[in-house]
Design a protein around this ligand. Structure first.
Ligand SMILES: *[C@@H]1O[C@H](CO)[C@@H](O)[C@H](O)[C@H]1NC(C)=O
Ligand SMILES: *[C@@H]1O[C@H](CO)[C@@H](O)[C@H](O)[C@H]1NC(C)=O
Ligand SMILES: *[C@@H]1O[C@H](CO)[C@@H](O)[C@H](O)[C@H]1NC(C)=O
Ligand SMILES: *[C@@H]1O[C@H](CO)[C@@H](O)[C@H](O)[C@H]1NC(C)=O
Ligand SMILES: *[C@@H]1O[C@H](CO)[C@@H](O)[C@H](O)[C@H]1NC(C)=O
Ligand SMILES: *[C@@H]1O[C@H](CO)[C@@H](O)[C@H](O)[C@H]1NC(C)=O
Length: 437
């Protein structure tokens, strides 16, 4: 009887011990991906924050042969150090004395003289109670209320709202009307210098929205508008079954994002310091990043390469061609011409119902500045509407799925048009009846 009781006791103690270890282990594993107001991250401690499944890691880093320190996020699971976000890209720490902690409910980076060099800048009004930060498995570093974790208003602050040069899956690029937030990519200055570089993305929200890649004040490349499946500039993009693209254009927001539906695939879109927009995927067997897609690809991707009413075809020589019904803008021989001079209409439009349209096949749609969109009508009504407006120069479907739908109308000059060997869509350009023959 007594031995049984002792045996029973030992058993309980062992059970309780296991239970305690589990609780401690749980507490420990939680503290690895969260960061509370009592903690701090210093450069000298080498401490980092890991996401729950240890996919991403956040900490201080300094680029090769640089004495500047940055707070950044990189892949823990990828052997080549790859930064996807940098907090203080333009306010580096100039010595290896630096601290990240939560001060007054904000994430703040302090330098060696305890001066803040970077802060999440939330106001008292935005934060009601103590906060905690967490690095999520999708690479998003978020700040939320400590109590009431499932904050109905979402995160108080998130790194996904302040992209650096990289668009990760689930991140959104573009404009959010509610928060008046414009999320864009800006390149690193050089491959080893995360400070703001020359290249950035810009979203045009009016009319038929599209993205531009710009350098300083000039546009260097255009994504073309979203045609329901992909951007008009990328006909070659073979749909990958594990990527779901999401382009949303409403009054509340215009944004682009993508999802990876398989696990253990690391994919990113980035704007390189040379101005190349590229989609990369990690190849585990090769231990390197493979480029799946990039742009600009050829001369025809250069913005306005062929001027107004010209189209670019990299398989013709010269690459610039005039649309049927248009001729070279000046008398210079083709090879000596300044292509950007473009082409001019041969016969004036009559605007009395006798004009017609020449269909151009496999095209990247022209720059969408000065377009009007009606997604509720089809090609036939689109054509009628164009004919009625003497300023209308071209029209096309807004969506190429299921045989095409929607209507986009260009008024004025059309430019930055590219002809693809494969893919693209139909563009209908208005001509006088005599030029149609
Ligand atoms: C942090 O890392 C550096 C360089 O690897 C090393 O010299 C230093 O001793 C480490 N500090 C701690 C506290 O582990
Ligand atoms: C770094 O900070 C510590 C105290 O926080 C101080 O003792 C040390 O001198 C500082 N080092 C530099 C290089 O500023
Ligand atoms: C955060 O770190 C700075 C710099 O070391 C320090 O002055 C400040 O007291 C810290 N704040 C908190 C809340 O720990
Ligand atoms: C916080 O505010 C300061 C001063 O207005 C600004 O320089 C800094 O860029 C802001 N930080 C962030 C992360 O927006
Ligand atoms: C696409 O993005 C919009 C806006 O961000 C979002 O509301 C919607 O749920 C997303 N759709 C899918 C299928 O992910
Ligand atoms: C056509 O364009 C001219 C000049 O830009 C403008 O004054 C006129 O109102 C436009 N007509 C229509 C029907 O939009």
């Amino acid at each position: 009887m007594i031995t049984v009781s002792i045996y029973y006791h030992t058993y309980t103690v062992v059970l309780m011990f296991i239970f305690l270890v589990l609780i401690l282990f749980h507490a420990f594993s939680v503290s690895a991906n969260t960061f509370s107001a009592t903690e701090s991250l210093t450069i000298s401690s080498n401490k980092t924050i890991l996401s729950r499944s240890e996919i991403f890691e956040l900490g201080f880093f300094n680029p090769p042969s640089s004495s500047r320190w940055y707070l950044g996020i990189w892949y823990k699971k990828v052997s080549t150090r790859t930064y996807v976000w940098v907090a203080n890209r333009d306010n580096p720490l100039l010595s290896s004395n630096g601290t990240l902690n939560i001060s007054d409910n904000n994430l703040v980076i302090f330098d060696q003289s305890d001066t803040p060099v970077w802060s999440t800048n939330l106001t008292e009004g935005e934060v009601r109670s103590p906060v905690v930060a967490e690095l999520l498995d999708n690479g998003n570093f978020v700040l939320r209320h400590l109590i009431n974790n499932n904050d109905p208003d979402g995160f108080l602050w998130q790194s996904f709202d302040f992209p650096t040069d990289t668009l990760l899956p689930e991140m959104r690029l573009g404009w959010d009307h509610k928060t008046e937030r414009d999320r864009f990519l800006r390149s690193w200055k050089t491959p080893d210098d995360p400070s703001s570089g020359d290249f950035f993305t810009k979203l045009k929200t009016k009319g038929f929205p599209e993205f531009y890649v710009c350098s300083k004040d000039s546009i260097i490349y255009r994504s073309g508008p979203w045609n329901g499946i992909r951007f008009s500039s990328s006909p070659e993009t073979k749909p990958l079954d594990y990527i779901v693209y999401n382009f949303t254009a409403t009054n509340e927001e215009v944004s682009y994002s993508y999802l990876i539906t398989k696990t253990n695939i690391y994919e990113r879109v980035r704007l390189s310091s040379a101005g190349l927009l590229e989609r990369l995927t990690w190849i585990e067997t090769a231990q390197s990043w493979k480029q799946l897609w990039y742009s600009p690809k050829d001369l025809c991707d250069n913005y306005k390469e062929c001027g107004s009413y010209g189209y670019c075809d990299s398989n013709t020589s010269p690459i610039c061609n005039c649309i049927k019904g248009f001729g070279p803008g000046n008398e210079q021989p083709w090879t000596l011409r300044d292509d950007s001079a473009g082409c001019v209409r041969k016969t004036r439009l009559s605007c009395d119902g006798r004009d017609g349209f020449v269909p151009l096949k496999k095209m990247k749609l022209p720059d969408t500045t000065g377009t009007t969109v009606d997604r509720g009508i089809g090609l036939k009504e689109c054509e009628e509407r164009c004919l009625k407006d003497c300023n209308c120069t071209a029209f096309a479907n807004t969506d190429i799925r299921n045989g095409g739908s929607g209507c986009v109308i260009w008024t004025g000059e059309i430019f930055d048009i590219k002809n693809f060997a494969k893919g693209g869509q139909d563009l209908f350009v208005r001509l006088a009846a005599t030029d149609l023959g």
